[in-house]
Design a protein around this ligand. Sequence first.
Ligand SMILES: [Mn+2]
Length: 311
Amino acid sequence: MITVFGHKNPDTDTICSALIAAWWLRETGTESQAVRLGELNKETAYVLEVAGITKPELLTEVAEGQEVFIVDTNNPGELPETIGNGVLRGIVDHHLLAGGLKTGVPIPVLIEPVACTATILIERAQSKGAVIPREYALMAQAAIISDTLNGTSPTTTPRDMALLEQLPAFSGMATDELADAMFAAKSDLSGLSIAEIVRADSKEYTLNGHRVLVCAHETTKPVNALRIREDIVAELATQKETADLTGAYFFIVDILKQEAHLLVPSEHESAIAMRAFDVMPDAAGDFVLPGIVSRKKQIMPPLEAAYATVS
Ligand SMILES: [Mn+2]
């Protein structure tokens, strides 16, 4: 039995790709099951509901000798601390090679420069002649919509777009219709604590020896987050303190306007932001960054460059 999972703070690609990979492993004769490393966000919960798929079980630790297959990350920092107990059976991902994972034997590793892990998995299955079942087509379509912001993110490749055009024939749902519903679900902050909002789509990075938290809240209703701006800034300060981080950043990514609104908790982040994005803060101390929507492609490279000069 192979246990399949993606990264902590799971997003739609991580959950859907784990489910798709587990399905494909079963189709090819290997018993397998998808699990999750954290709570689902509202977008992902909506997608599973429409697909008619039960939420995967929560995995808190990897047991000694447990066979695992990893999707949508290859970074040990985004995996359970007990990952070393497991026997790694494969990786399918679309992120930078982080290093640090160890195996006792060679395993299949497939990391490709596309916008979404589900793209790689579905292409693989189709190349072996698979007809994608409705629910898996829908989850793949949703994962691509999520990771490409429905084709608008600069991470989008022709391979992702080709599937976005092809998958509705199998899922029975138009891409724009699915995207609108997903983004509405993701933009709804009701019932969430400030800590949940800040941590929902956050990743920790080590830049030139400095640990920083970079949160991306993708939304079609930026006003929902801007309304609680003060609380978010206070929560960033708390997270910095408790996790002993050098910096914490909260990017409100306006999917419709295609711009980011950056909230920061102190002078440190403000100075870094000015250097990284060559902008001045507004009256509230926030930064408006036109055209910035992708953490991977547009946020991390300039942040990394800015931290390169911080001792
Ligand atoms: Mn992904």
